[in-house]
Design a protein around this ligand. Sequence first.
Ligand code: ZN
Length: 497
Amino acid sequence: MEWMEKKTLITAFVAQIIAKTNFSELDQIYLYNRILNLVNGFDETGDFSNKSLLELADLLVNGSKDELTAGQKDILKTELLNFLVPIPSEINRIFWDKYQQQGVNAALKYLYQLDQSSNYIKTAEISKNKYFRYQSDYGELEITINLSKPEKDPRDIARQQAVKATSYPQCQLCFTNEGYQGRAGYPARSNHRIIRFNLLDETWGLQYSPYAYFNEHCIFVDEHHQLMKIDQKTFSRLLAILDLFPGYFVGSNADLPIVGGSILSHEHFQGGRHVFAMDQATISQQIHFAGFDNVKAGILNWPMSVIRLAGKDKAAIVKLATKILNCWKEYTDEKVSVIASSNHQPHHTVTPIARKRADEYELDLVLRDNHCTKEYPAGVFHPHPDVQNIKQENIGLIEVMGLAILPPRLQKELAEVKKYLLNQPNQLADKHLQWTKDILQHSAEKITAENVADVIKQALGKTFVRVLEDAGVFKTDTNGQRAFADFVNYVNKQERS
Ligand SMILES: [Zn+2]
């Protein structure tokens, strides 16, 4: 069509949409007009042939004439890129056709690439995260400073206050986010799609995480908005997910505050294709559980307290995991400050993580205790006050496995630490003073402009080890390991399942 051969920003965008989707030439006018409307009539002539789809979307968003807030820009960009994504029924059909015909990895690859090219997965933002590895006694830990989430535009915060409180979508994990436009203070989800699957006769969804912490970071979501709960069903579901998506690990955050994740209100798991330090941790001590001869068991050489179960018999693993969980829920050992409950509040649960290794299932149970005392008001098994300058947030599933997610505030604060170490004028926050002095005191070599960045990385890594050790219920010293053995004996003595 002659008219479409005019070189403009929108025709360039339309041409790429047609090339990458089921839209055809016949849809050109329709697409042009829908997009023209979204960008308020903005278009400009020029040669845009060397621009990527995301670049074209940014040009359209920034050129549209209204003074848009950061949040509104994100909503508009998401709506533009939504033209790239098939409707939910279609994407589900394509995914499961590929799964049947080409295998699970081809299906996952299709979804992952589509989510990246439609900017549902925020690849550019994720690349801003700081990342390095730290060699510890427990293996090679990963440290990230999370800089991917954009800072809030004050105008969006003002708008958010003006908007009437709404409970739709009920939470950010609910299926009702699929295609949701977004609003001030709530993410744009017009390009969001959920792959439905049957999980032990219930409907669950598979989606990727927009701000991924590792390769193919995905979320498995219950169709219903209901509280997270760790029980026998959890273990059965985790192992069933491994059957469906065998290349992925899958784990659940704990179901209690302090030791759980940020969303306890909606049942969900996290998974992905990544090898964590904990995956590679060795067994420090084999355990035998009476009546479970076909389940291998052992305590991991790890700063947190982990029992690893392995074997081919799914039902036996689930049964033993449930027994261990139920025993842990009622187990108290005051000598090591392990308290099952107080004031009718339960304190004990587990963070479970499952993976397949060759033809065996592996299920790690990380024992958690969330009780607080006067000495440790944020939690006895939570990062202690002297390391909270680095990490005061919950130690969730991903960190349990050895990947630290440190808060964005550290980016600026560590710049002051650096100046202090180099004896330059600085505005070091009081909370970092002792930590920084300790670095100076323990540094084996003179701290210089050349080595200071590495010195800080080493200190962060060392602190993360401490954070994990604080979260471990049975410490790695002789006393703690003896207490761990006592718990294992307790489990073995119980007849109950
Ligand atoms: Zn929900």
